[in-house]
Design a protein around this ligand. Structure first.
Ligand SMILES: Nc1ncnc2c1ncn2[C@@H]1O[C@H](COP(=O)(O)OP(=O)(O)OP(=O)(O)O)[C@@H](O)[C@H]1O
Length: 701
């Protein structure tokens, strides 16, 4: 066998792919294995160039590669070859420069590394788990090898786009990336920087560039991209929290079990006044001389047991100033050691507030006690008796009145109660009845002033059907109703004179004649009469029968006006306050001293009724538990000036005068005041007399 044939045979049996190429890149030979791998026949192959096989190679890079090989004779690298079908595969190339018959040539011997799939897949897996992609850039021929993970990390599929000059567009800091690459390639400086991508949400890619030097020149760059988004975000979060802690007003101390200060917030240095270099070396025992080793051990044991302990403490600054703090000491176990993380809050302001609050509370307590004492005194002052008949009394004078009531009540004696309007005459009448043997029978009340004169008779004595026009049915009189009971004739002074005889007969004989009937009716009635008029004067005037007066005045009781028994005012006011407060759903409990003084200073022309109305109004107007003096409280001055406080009689007087002015002084007859007022002329005359309106008064103008 010829030597040449042996060589050729050898080239075909060796487990390597081999081809020869000329300076122009033309392929002049390919062994059987190479032809089989790329899928060309030997005859087809010799028509191809290196650019058909390795698509990343350009004429310029081939020339550089050729020159390098010519100089260095050999080189090894990885490359990607393209088959006739268009598929790519990776190879490890050992290139050797040689000349044959003066012809210069490159012999490339290739080992298919894509077949070592086990290692390849292992590397791929490791890369994808670690999120690490690698690449290698040959600066001489510009060839680039990129791992699968590196491609998929950026979603790129072709090498051109992976070149660092293109990759920079993926990062926000394009200039930083470009500079880093230039520094590595030109100055041989390695790079390890995290770049943020432009995507949303962005990722953080750790970029490592390692220059491979040949002599003093960088001929290759090995690059690593690592997706460190998660770590970076965690770090950012940690930094954020560290920032929060540093900027918090609270002081954060992290101590080891031995008492060494491991970490602290900025506020610690700022507040305590220590330098950071001092704090970095400090222990709890230096920072707080009050803490002993025993105490610290016990404290640590407690936080280990309870996980968190809260306490108040006094901290000392570097300059010796002391201030109160609130400490929450938390137990943590970190990197194999026990940690005390204490959050400390300055409570100076709170303590000052507490002190002020304490002082305020003390003052309130003092005022409360004083008020209670006052109230106690007031209660004592007004604590009189509210007897079974709801008659409030404290004054001795009124006690005497009540003693009279008590005395006469059980008898059948006729009682005449006199006194100003609103003094409680009706109340006394009720008390008389309730304390008599007749209490289980009715107490019939008749107000003679409110009844039209012509109706009083039938009201008192009843009538038979047809007794007078309008008597459409029989009517039982009040005397009949009060049989076995009591009749209370209020405003007895208003009783028409012609009826007084009939009344006298009932009083004397216990009988009367029915109006329009034939029968004489016998009744057993106790009579209690009341008047605010001076009946003696009326007798003199001839408008009240003297005999009736004596018959009524068997047992006179004079009801004292309120201004004559002022001691009763506080008690009465309290009684009405409670009554109307409950009624109005308010919470009044007491009257202020000023209110009581105001009430005592007032004369109460309207007597107890006026006081009652006043308190009722005040309860509506005011709020609280104590009734304070307000605009509702009258004075004797405004009583005179204020027309709002005109008495009922004054209003009646004004009204009658107004009408008389209108009728030119005419009282009775057509167009007279009695007709306008729809009342009996005699009644009006009586009223006028009572109110001091003289007949001869000129009413014109
Ligand atoms: N001692 C008292 N204790 C409690 N309430 C009282 C007392 N005296 C009077 N009152 C109350 O004052 C109001 C007026 O009383 P009363 O109607 O008995 O007076 P009066 O003298 O009959 O008035 P008038 O002459 O105008 O009919 C009533 O609501 C009554 O309950």
């Amino acid at each position: 066998m010829e030597i040449g044939l042996v060589k050729e045979w050898l080239l075909d049996v060796l487990p390597y792919e081999v081809f020869w190429a000329t300076e122009s890149g033309k392929l002049v030979y390919g062994n059987l294995k190479f032809c089989e791998r790329v899928g060309y026949k030997s005859s087809e192959l010799t028509k191809l160039t290196i650019f058909d096989i390795n698509t990343t190679v350009t004429p310029e890079s081939w020339q550089m590669h050729w020159d390098g090989l010519k100089k260095n004779k050999q080189d090894s690298f990885q490359a990607i070859h393209k088959k006739k079908t268009g598929a790519f595969y990776e190879v490890e190339v050992f290139a050797q420069f040689f000349s044959n018959n003066r012809k210069e040539m490159v012999c490339a011997i290739m080992n298919d590394i894509s077949s070592s799939s086990f290692y390849k897949s292992l590397i791929n897996n490791v890369e994808s788990i670690a999120k690490v992609g690698g690449w290698k850039l040959n600066l001489q021929d510009g060839s680039l090898i990129v791992t699968k993970e590196a491609f998929s990390m950026f979603g790129i599929h072709n090498k051109e786009a992976f070149h660092p000059s293109k990759m920079l567009q993926y990062f926000k800091d394009e200039a930083g990336f470009r500079n880093g690459f230039i520094q590595t390639t030109r100055k041989g400086l390695p790079l390890d920087v995290v770049f943020e991508t432009k995507e949303t949400p962005s990722r953080f890619i750790r970029t490592i560039l390692k220059p491979i030097l040949k002599g003093d020149k960088v001929f290759e760059v090995i690059g690593v991209y690592q997706d460190v988004t998660e770590q970076t975000k965690k770090e950012t979060k940690l930094n954020f929290f560290k920032n929060v802690i540093d900027n918090a007003e609270d002081l954060v101390f992290v101590y080891s079990r031995s008492g060494k200060l491991l970490e602290y917030s900025n506020s610690v240095a700022n507040t305590l006044g220590y330098s950071k270099s001092k704090l970095n070396q400090a222990t709890i025992f230096e920072l707080d001389t009050g803490v002993t080793k025993e105490w610290w051990e016990a404290h640590f044991a407690e936080i280990i047991e309870k996980r968190s302990v809260q306490m108040e403490w006094i901290l000392t600054k570097k300059d010796g100033t002391r201030f109160p703090v609130d400490i929450v000491a938390n137990y943590m176990h970190y990197e194999g050691q026990d940690i005390n993380c204490a959050v400390v809050r300055d409570i100076t302001k709170r303590k000052e507030r507490d002190l002020k609050l304490y002082q305020a509370l003390e003052e309130i307590k003092f005022l409360k006690n004083r008020l209670e004492d006052e109230n106690e005194y007031l209660k004592e002052e007004i604590s009189g008796k509210i007897n079974a008949n709801n008659i409030v009394c404290k004054s001795d004078v009124y006690e005497k009145v009540l003693a009279q009531v008590k005395l006469v009540a059980p008898t059948d004696t006729t009682v005449l109660i006199t006194g100003e309007s609103g003094t409680g005459k009706e109340l006394l009448a009720s008390a008389l009845h309730d304390n008599s043997l007749r209490k289980n029978r009715p107490l019939i009340k008749v107000n003679c002033a409110t009844l039209p004169k012509e109706l009083i008779e039938s009201e008192l004595f009843g009538h038979k059907k047809g007794a007078f026009t309008g008597a459409v049915a029989d009517k039982v009189g009040k005397f009949t109703l009060a049989d076995e009971g009591t009749i209370f004739l209020d405003e007895i002074g208003e009783m028409p004179i012609d009826l007084q005889a009939k009344l006298l007969r009932v009083l004397q004989e216990g009988e009367f004649d029915e109006l329009g009937g034939t029968k004489t009716i016998k009744v057993n009635v106790r009579v209690i009469a009341a008047t605010n008029r001076r009946l003696e004067d009326m007798i003199k005037e001839g408008s009240f029968r003297e005999d009736l007066y004596y018959r009524l005045n068997v047992f006179p009781i004079y009801n004292i006006p309120l201004r004559g028994r002022k001691e009763d005012i506080p008690l009465l006011a309290q009684f009405f306050l409670e009554k109307y407060s409950a009624k109005a759903g308010k919470s009044f409990k007491r009257l202020s001293k000023k209110t009581i003084n105001g009430l005592l200073a007032y004369d109460f022309p309207g007597n107890i009724r006026e006081l009652e109305n006043l308190i009722e109004r005040a309860v509506i107007l005011e709020n609280g538990t104590t009734l304070h003096a307000g605009s509702w409280l009258p004075t004797n001055n405004n009583m005179v000036n204020n027309t709002n406080f005109l008495t009922f009689e004054a209003v009646q007087r004004q009204h009658i005068i107004k009408i008389l002015q209108h009728t030119n002084g005419k009282v009775s007859g057509r167009g007279g005041a009695a007709e306008v007022l729809q009342m009996n002329a005699k009644t009006l005359f009586a009223k006028m007399k009572k109110l001091g309106i003289e007949k001869h008064t000129t009413f014109t103008g």
